[in-house]
Design a protein around this ligand. Sequence first.
Ligand code: PLP
Length: 406
Amino acid sequence: MIRQLTEELAELQAKGLFRKLRTLSHYRGTRADWEGKELILFCGNDYLGLSRHPRVIQAAHLALEKYGVGAGAARLISGTSDLHTQLEEELARFKGKERALVFGSGYLTNLGILSALAGEKDLIVMDKLCHASIIDGARLSGATLRFFPHKNYSRCDEILRNNDRFGKKILVSDSVFSMDGDLADLTELVWLKKKHDALLVIDDAHGIGVFGEMGQGVVDGGVKDEVDAIVGTLSKSLGVFGGFAAASAPLVETLINLSRTFIFATAPPPVLLAASLESLRLIQEDPSLREQLWQNVERVQRFLTGKGFKLQTLSPIFPILIGDENEAVRVSEALLDRGILIPAISFMRGRFVMEALRAEDPRCGISWQPAGSRTRWSFWTGRHGGIIPCMGFCRPGDTVIPSRLP
Ligand SMILES: Cc1ncc(COP(=O)(O)O)c(C=O)c1O
């Protein structure tokens, strides 16, 4: 058995798909140490830098003193503290929904919501590029699962039209696609939901704190009333850890009663909820956090457009298409040699996701100019976290040259 596992691992390695852990120390925002060397991190989702904001840290300190470290039990046993209730009320107000429910993580939220809403007689239709947690949630539900090609809403229409025999129909999409950084067309999705009398679930994990006048996310304005359930995470722009769903009262009651990842898991620790409450306040009170992020995004876009890139993203996530798994790993390692951490995240698609640097960092610009190639890629990013990379193609043997941005 172990020999078989070893062979399978060797196969992954040969294909450039082998994942390994890297232990970092002395985290300080967008930097950390690794093997005696300082790294600049381009791989997180702390878009606004709130994980280290003094007010968030202070809120966590106070809650730690008052509540201790762990919640001690599941929510339905004795794990629901006043902080759980307060955060859920705030999240419901923030997302413009009747109720909200906090889960242990965004991943658990998607697992919990889809498996609670759908069963064997139901149909779940989703964009092919939906996050893994949505796919896993759909699988757990036992419902029939159909994918439509990325943002191909006429195909989605066709699938819903041709599958009338099912009970409930559930339409699911990310709002901001986590690997490609592009946005779903929510107007189309709402139209399809109405046309086919489906439930619409939108995962706004990368939208919250980043989009919307007050950071409410992509699911905002008129659209939010038509979205039956909004999934969010406390782990990205809020800089903490946990997940939530915001929806109507009956839908949230359904989750409390049927969602196994809610019922059978220890409640998220109050200390994390106190920190999330403070992050939520900051997101609404301090638009400069978001402005800084978007200034950085625009600066990168201008720079890259000026260099001839065709940018396909309007979010702080810029995918880099390398085109070959082993090459993606090689590029990642070449960058690591230069103190830049950009793990090849989605190997199958040869893509990187990166996190922010400091604007004043001398290594803030990195350009990669493959000799004889018509393409190259570069990235730059700013003060508060955020994923700000770009796209391009390279060839085996190309070199990565750190340089300053103009
Ligand atoms: C779109 C999307 N949904 C859900 C999740 C899971 O959230 P969490 O990290 O809080 O488990 C992620 C995380 O990468 C994500 O990108």
